[in-house]
Design a binder for this molecule. Sequence first.
Ligand code: BTN
Length: 233
Amino acid sequence: MKYLYFPTLSSTNDYLKEHYLDLDYPTYCVTYNQTKGRGRTGHSWEASPNLNLALSVLFKVDDIKENITLKAAIAVTKALKNIIDLAYNIKWPNDILIGNKKICGILTEGITTKDAIYLIIGIGVNINQINFSKDIDDKTTSLKKETGKEYLIKDIEDEIINKLNFIINHYNDQLDVDFIKKHLYGMNKEISYHQGQEIKKGRIIDLKTNGELVIETENDIKNIRTGEITIIR
Ligand code: BTN
């Protein structure tokens, strides 16, 4: 395993994307001052200097398993629980919340060449930041925002790396569906979800080992692979 720490870096995912051919597998890339963090669907990932963790890991796989982001969410949830036991919820498919506020976002990216498949899992955890920009402040939290205490970023990083190593070494294992269902944001609740341009309504009733979410709609049961979930009630 290789470990790279940068005092400042534009994006840990971008660094690994640029250097994936020249690195060991796995390589962890870490900064506490990420200046151009990327989120899903072209969004940016906000983090004030030296208050939060940005960590990405690069590794090689034989095939892409869609459930890997949920496995990473399990790894981060368990790591955070070891630091402080709060009411963590996994928001399918790639966020961790405390209550209904986001503390962690995960961005998984794959690179397929003719010789191999590389995966990059990028994880941002809000740790000591208490003020976020106006448009996200009320839906965002951090360990410090929740508890009023400061945390050593390195302690959280070590726990996360430890748990991520396990999921990388067990890439072919079944997804721990029970763990996710216990922590699943919106489980058994009425939700709305995007499908293409449409917004549909339904109730989350189950999760499959491949990571698909099972939604009961008015006249159907649907398995969905990607999307954005909002709780209606
Ligand atoms: C999201 O919530 O949309 C995903 C956010 C992912 C942010 C992390 S921070 C470390 C890694 N580097 C990036 O540029 N993004 C991910």
